[in-house]
Write a protein that binds this ligand. Structure first.
Ligand code: NAD
Length: 296
């Protein structure tokens, strides 16, 4: 079995790491938080106390870190992955980072003799634990082929989106659409209710009409019609509004750089900024319903 180094054992990384270990891989795991390391040791991974120890002998390095600056420092900082990995080791970063950061990291890795793919995920902690994430992968074909068997352990859908950074492009474009569609769905339910149409009746009609979308049928922001939706547990996440805001900001930064016109994406980012700044970034992103209803 392949020796794998896994770095970043937070909400998402811990479940992903455990799934690789449970599948029989020899996983050596590192996180700045020793408690997170102890947790994955209990699931069969070997704990490391440094990046150098984790990557020693590894053929593949998997990372799941908060943001681009962490990815750059973990891989290319002093005593980072690139300083200790064997030549040719595959770098597989699953964090959500700026498109430019992903492209810069891949260029630096390639220059140093390491193939690298960006493989951000769609799906939250439940999907990470269950091994049912969706991966959107950017990078060379050969590196993608090498990463795919591991991604198939951690996820149920694995897409090659093209060259380096394209995994991040797919992720932010998708999540920009999701943020916009969630706000639109909230507005529609709120309008219907204000005009005397109850949520269930509006759902029954619109979910089979042209307004139908994932935000309505899987994650309905009005309590009632979709029992598993966060709206039925007072908008506990799920997918936190602060995480949606992170992705919208990445999308807006990338849109500026590419001169892409995204007026609704920008407005969605402003609306989620207001939700976050009013202290409600920990709500599920469908909690924007409360803001639309004037409750926050
Ligand atoms: P998290 O903050 O829970 O975990 C990040 C982990 O990285 C922490 O345990 C932290 O200690 C560790 N870390 C930070 N710097 C480190 C370093 N230098 N060396 C070693 N470990 C280090 O974050 P998360 O929720 O697991 O998210 C991880 C990534 O996945 C983010 O990029 C996020 O945008 C993305 N994502 C999250 C979700 C979600 O629902 N949580 C969904 C999709 C994508």
């Amino acid at each position: 079995m392949t020796k794998i180094a896994f770095i970043g054992l937070g909400n998402m990384g811990s479940g992903m790491c455990c799934n690789l270990a449970k599948a029989g891989h020899d996983v050596c795991a590192f996180d700045l938080n020793p408690e997170a390391v102890a947790q994955v040791e209990a699931a069969g991974a070997t704990g490391a106390t440094s990046v150098a120890e984790a990557v020693s002998g590894a053929k593949i390095v998997v990372s799941m870190l908060p943001a681009g600056k962490h990815v750059m420092s973990v891989y290319f900082g002093e005593d980072g992955v690139a300083a200790h990995a064997a030549p040719g080791t595959l770098f597989l970063d699953c964090s959500t980072v700026a498109v430019e950061d992903a492209r810069q990291a891949a260029a630096q890795a390639t220059e140093a003799g390491f193939p690298m793919v960006d493989a951000p995920v769609s799906g939250g902690t439940a999907a990470a634990d269950a091994g049912t994430l969706t991966f959107m992968v950017g990078g060379p074909e050969a590196a993608f082929a090498q990463a795919k068997p591991l991604l198939e352990i951690m996820g149920k859908n694995v897409f090659h989106a093209g060259a380096s950074g394209n995994g991040q492009v797919a992720k932010i474009a998708n999540n920009m659409l999701l943020g916009i569609s969630m706000i639109g769905t909230c507005e529609a339910f709120n309008l219907a209710e204000k005009l005397g149409l109850d949520a269930q009746t509006f759902f029954d009609i619109s979910s089979t009409a042209s307004g139908q979308c994932w935000s309505m049928t899987s994650y309905c922001p009005a309590p009632g019609p979709v029992p598993t939706a966060p709206s039925n547990r007072d908008y506990q996440p799920g997918f936190a509004a602060a995480m949606m805001l992170k992705d919208l900001r990445l999308a807006m930064g990338a849109a500026d750089g590419a001169d892409a016109n995204t007026p609704l994406g920008r407005h969605a980012a402003e609306i989620y900024t207001r939700l976050d700044e009013s202290g409600h970034g920990g709500l599920d992103f469908s909690g924007v319903m409360k803001q639309i209803q004037g409750e926050l």
